[in-house]
Design a protein. Structure first.
Length: 444
């Protein structure tokens, strides 16, 4: 028995390289709320997870127009081609070169426009003149192109030929989910959006980390059940909630995963603020990461807003690196695979597995010899734990004996003692083996 992590990633550098290759592979796909780019991404998720000793990933195709909570499933968007030809006959921008060039959900349009009439349809970033911005127009029917500001400024007067060969048609909204059942029906929910086109940190990092996490958890014995949802942002989470009201009741906690490829770790607490998931993430960050930040919930960000709407009130927080909107590459063409660090991707998986270990191992224990300290030396538990950390482990044994009055849980003890959860759990198991402790409500 040891205090090593059960769910530990065996080779973080190798995992980081693998996850980064996934990001590069998924980067060119033209994802949006709906359509072929999302389906190809979900196909890929299915493929990666197929060999794991796990139940299959489930696909859902929800027809356009379906009422979901206060929303409706939108029309499906397909892009055939989209470009602008300048007065000199050359292509100014072309969707085929970068999918950020076209405003997401652009309605079909063909026509010849003068520069002044074209300008209202062009989007650029004057403060970042070399980058292409990411823009969408999901709920207002229009069309537009995005391009570097420097290029926009250099467009000469004259006639521009615009081709937006897209279709908005009755189709489906696609999402995927995977349920990994454990001994108990209580579920931990992990959710990642799949609706961003060529954007690496804000989107692909979350997809890569969640898929790696699912693959790893699928191979472990589990007390809790784990559910993964890969769906387009907002409307996807709303659709999942509308179709999983029963399942939502079993969600004990969860995390929205996004922007995990760069910067120090950030945790945004769930709406409840003090749920077990909030405490577990904060504890792992406090004991493992020198630089990190824990913030309170605000109803802004990713799908924690939907999961944490008052009618559901699921304890779902958001785990990220530098949060969305606060890094300069956010929602621009600079959010490319080079921004995403392999070691951050693997590090995210490792931290999340540690969070799962806390959730798995949490429980209260009872000291069976509570009158005075039991004599640990006689049982080979004191002064014999040699090697580095022997003292720390002895102290962990004393903490667990002292606090295990049936009222304090292992996480309570880990927080109060300021020691990693894995060591406290090791202490509890060691004392239980010596007949000094018994489980009150956790795993025995
Ligand atoms: Zn985004």
């Amino acid at each position: 028995m040891s205090e090593t992590l059960r769910f530990a990633v065996p080779d973080e550098p190798a995992l980081g390289a693998e996850l980064h290759a996934w990001v590069e592979h998924l980067y060119p796909l033209d994802r949006s709320l709906t359509g072929p780019g999302v389906r190809s991404t979900l196909d890929w998720i299915e493929e990666v997870l197929a060999p794991a000793e796990a139940p299959a990933v489930r696909r859902h195709e929800v027809p356009t127009g379906t009422e979901v909570l206060d929303w409706q499933v939108p029309r499906e968007w397909h892009v055939h081609q989209a470009y602008i030809i300048g007065p000199d006959g050359k292509r100014v921008v072309d969707f085929a070169e970068h999918n950020l060039h076209l405003v997401g959900y652009s309605a079909p349009f063909r026509g010849t426009l003068r520069r002044a009439d074209l300008l209202p349809h062009l989007h650029s970033l004057p403060d970042q003149p070399d980058l292409i911005p990411y823009r969408t127009s999901y709920y207002r029917e229009t069309w537009g192109f995005c391009l570097p500001h420097r290029q926009l400024e250099s467009l000469p007067d004259g006639e521009y030929q615009v081709v937006v060969d897209t279709e908005l048609l009755a189709g489906h909204l696609s999402y995927a989910e995977l349920l990994l059942p454990g001994e108990e029906p209580s579920e931990i929910l992990f959710s990642a959006h799949v609706c961003h086109p060529s954007l690496a940190n804000d989107n692909l990092s979350g997809i890569a980390v969640s898929v790696a996490l699912a693959r790893h958890l699928a191979r472990q014995p589990r007390r809790l059940s784990y559910r993964f949802v890969w769906a387009p942002g907002t409307i996807g989470a709303i659709t999942w909630l509308a179709q999983h009201r029963e399942e939502a009741r079993r969600v004990e906690g969860g995390l929205v995963l996004a922007c995990l490829g760069a910067g120090s770790w950030h945790y945004k607490r769930s709406r409840r603020g003090d749920a077990l998931i909030d405490r577990a993430v904060a504890h792992v960050l406090a004991t493992r990461c020198r630089e990190h930040q824990v913030r309170d919930f605000i109803p802004w960000g990713y799908d924690e807003r939907q999961y944490g709407s008052p009618g559901f009130d699921l304890a779902v927080g958001q785990f990220s690196g530098t949060p969305h909107g606060t890094f300069p590459e956010y929602h621009t063409s600079a959010d490319a695979p080079a921004l995403v660090r392999p070691e951050r991707l693997a590090g995210a998986v490792a931290r999340l597995l540690e969070v799962c270990e806390v959730l798995e191992g949490e429980g209260r224990w009872l000291n069976l010899a509570p009158h005075g300290e039991p004599q640990l030396g006689r049982r080979g538990l004191y002064g014999s734990l040699g090697g580095a950390g022997g003292r720390d482990r002895e102290l962990a044994l004393l903490w667990v004996l002292n606090q295990s009055d049936g009222g304090h849980s292992l996480l309570d003890i880990a927080e109060r003692a300021g020691v990693p959860f894995a060591r406290v759990r090791w202490a509890a198991e060691t004392l239980a083996e010596a007949g000094l402790l018994r489980s009150v409500d956790g795993p025995s």
